[in-house]
Design a protein around this ligand. Structure first.
Ligand SMILES: Nc1nc2c(c(=O)[nH]1)N[C@H]1C(S)=C(S)[C@@H](COP(=O)(O)O)O[C@H]1N2
Ligand SMILES: [Mo]
Length: 214
C-alpha cells in the first residue's frame, strides 16, 4: 500500500470511529447554528490525503471547461484581475468539527458562471485539484450566493496547507465538497463522483441533514 492509500484508509477509519462514537454516546444534537453531530472548534484543523501540493503563482493555472460557451484558462494574474468577492461563513467537516465565521475572499462562483456561460445541458460540476483530489456537485448547488474560489482567509493569503493558491468554498455542504488547490472545473451533463463520493461518502453532503454516508 502506498502512503496516500494508507493515509486515506486511516482517515476513513477515523471518520467511521467518530461516527460510531457519536451514534452510541457523544452525538451532539446541534443547535440553530451547529448542525447535528458536529462540535465547535476554534482552531483550523488541516485535512488532506497526506500530500500538500506546492504550486508557485508562476506555474498556477485554473481551467474552466466542459459544456460551456467560453472555456478559459486563467493564469494567477488573470484570476487576480477578476472582480473580488468576500463572504463570511461557517465551515463543517464531516469528521465532526465545525469552525464559525471564516472570512473568505476571492472570485464568486456566480462570476465564474457569467464568464464561461454553461450550455443548457450542463447540470453537474466536477472539481479537480493539484493533488489529484476530485469532488462533484450539481450546478444548482454551485450557483449560490455564498460559493466562491477563495485565495484569502481571514484577511491573509490562503496558506498552502489550507489549499492555497486557490480553494473552493461551498458553505452549505460538508467541507470535502470544496476542493483545495483547485486546478480544473468541468461542467458536465452527467454526475461524476469524486474521491470521497466513490468511497462511500454521501453524494449530497448536507450538514443540516446529518447526511454523511451514502
Ligand atoms: N484537494 C483537496 N481538497 C480537499 C481535501 C483534500 O484532501 N484534497 N480534503 C477535503 C476535506 S475532507 C476537508 S474537511 C477540507 C479540509 O480543509 P482544511 O484542511 O482547510 O481544514 O478540504 C477538503 N478539500
Ligand atoms: Mo473533511
Amino acid at each position: 500500500m502506498d502512503d496516500t492509500n494508507r493515509l486515506t484508509q486511516k482517515k476513513e477509519q477515523w471518520a467511521k470511529a467518530r461516527r460510531g462514537g457519536e451514534e452510541r454516546e457523544v452525538f451532539h444534537e446541534g443547535n440553530d447554528r451547529l448542525p447535528p453531530g458536529q462540535h465547535l472548534v476554534e482552531t483550523f484543523p488541516v485535512l488532506d490525503l497526506g500530500f500538500k501540493p506546492d504550486i508557485p503563482h508562476s506555474e498556477w493555472t485554473l481551467s474552466l471547461g466542459g459544456f460551456v460557451t467560453t472555456p478559459v484558462i486563467w493564469t494567477w494574474e488573470q484570476f487576480q484581475a477578476q472582480p473580488r468577492f468576500r463572504d463570511v461563513s461557517d465551515f463543517h467537516c464531516v469528521t465532526s468539527w465545525s469552525r464559525y465565521d471564516n472570512e473568505w475572499e476571492g472570485v464568486s462562483f456566480k462570476h465564474i458562471l457569467s464568464v464561461v456561460a454553461p450550455l443548457s445541458l450542463a447540470k453537474f460540476v466536477l472539481f479537480k485539484s493539484y493533488d489529484d483530489y476530485t469532488t462533484n456537485l450539481p450546478l444548482e448547488a454551485c450557483n449560490d450566493d455564498d460559493v466562491l474560489l477563495a485565495s484569502k482567509w481571514n484577511g491573509a493569503p490562503l496558506t498552502r496547507e489550507h489549499g492555497g493558491p486557490v480553494r473552493v468554498i461551498v458553505p452549505k455542504r460538508y467541507a470535502w465538497k470544496g476542493a483545495k488547490w483547485v486546478k480544473e472545473i468541468t461542467f458536465l451533463d452527467k454526475d461524476e463522483k469524486g474521491f470521497w463520493e466513490v468511497r462511500g461518502y454521501s453524494n449530497t453532503a448536507l450538514p443540516w441533514l446529518n447526511d454523511r454516508y451514502a
